[in-house]
Ligand binder design. Structure first.
Ligand SMILES: CC(C)(COP(=O)(O)OP(=O)(O)OC[C@H]1O[C@@H](n2cnc3c(N)ncnc32)[C@H](O)[C@@H]1OP(=O)(O)O)[C@@H](O)C(=O)NCCC(=O)NCCS
Length: 187
């Protein structure tokens, strides 16, 4: 397994993984009627738009990281610098059948690596559904701190409680150092 930068050629596989991950992780959290909808088509459109220009020009404001084993996509993380200067980890997903084998941790170490190299001194934050207990356990184990809780209104019309987790610049730098050993932990 290795971590590499994603390109527009990854868009279709990322959309599929993203959809499968939502259907698995958010069953019982998001309305079933919504999860039965056109999630895959929406994500295909979203990722083809998002990745149309990624890697075709130097861009220090956003980053797609892909965990791969040969041609197989095992997971991905997408992050971007917000208007407030903080770094938002917008998406993090691992193939459902490969969860809890260290892939998510490795992606996070590379997220922290990109943040500390491209934007030293900045915090990293994300928003997670309050009922996504597995992800919250994962983020807390990685040293994330809850910094805000609020109701988020989704474009489909429903609302769910969301928690913001944050990593300060010192922690970001320390966790980035786990990258080199992390890649050797999972085969
Ligand atoms: C959350 C997610 C990215 C974590 O990735 P992962 O590869 O499964 O996590 P790791 O194997 O690196 O786990 C590291 C640690 O996190 C904790 N953890 C991870 N998944 C857990 C779970 N389901 N239950 C409890 N603890 C969990 C464990 O402490 C684990 O350490 P251990 O294996 O030594 O016990 C992944 O499970 C996922 O894709 N979930 C569905 C999508 C999602 O919720 N994404 C986040 C949206 S905000």
């Amino acid at each position: 397994m290795h971590i590499r930068s994603g390109t527009k050629d990854d868009a279709e596989h990322i959309a599929e993984l993203h959809t499968r991950s939502w259907l698995t992780a958010y069953a019982g959290i998001m309305p079933a009627s919504y999860l039965k909808g056109p999630l895959l088509d929406e994500r295909k459109a979203m990722w083809s738009t998002r990745l149309a220009t990624v890697a075709s020009e130097p861009d220090h404001t956003r980053c797609l990281l892909v965990a791969a084993d040969g041609n197989a996509l095992l997971g991905f993380a997408y992050l971007a610098v917000g208007t407030d200067g903080r770094i938002l980890l917008d998406n993090l997903h691992v193939q459902p059948e490969r969860k809890q084998s260290g892939i998510g941790s490795q992606l996070m170490y590379h997220v922290f690596g990109w943040a500390s190299e491209q934007h030293p001194g900045k915090t990293v934050h994300l928003e997670v559904l309050r009922d996504n207990a597995a992800a919250i356990t994962f983020y807390r184990r990685l040293g994330g701190h809850p910094t805000k809780e609020f109701m988020e209104r989704f474009p489909a019309g429903f609302e769910l409680p969301v928690v913001e987790y944050t990593w300060g610049p010192d922690v970001v730098r320390i966790l980035a150092d786990n990258r080199s050993t992390a890649d050797r932990l999972v085969s």
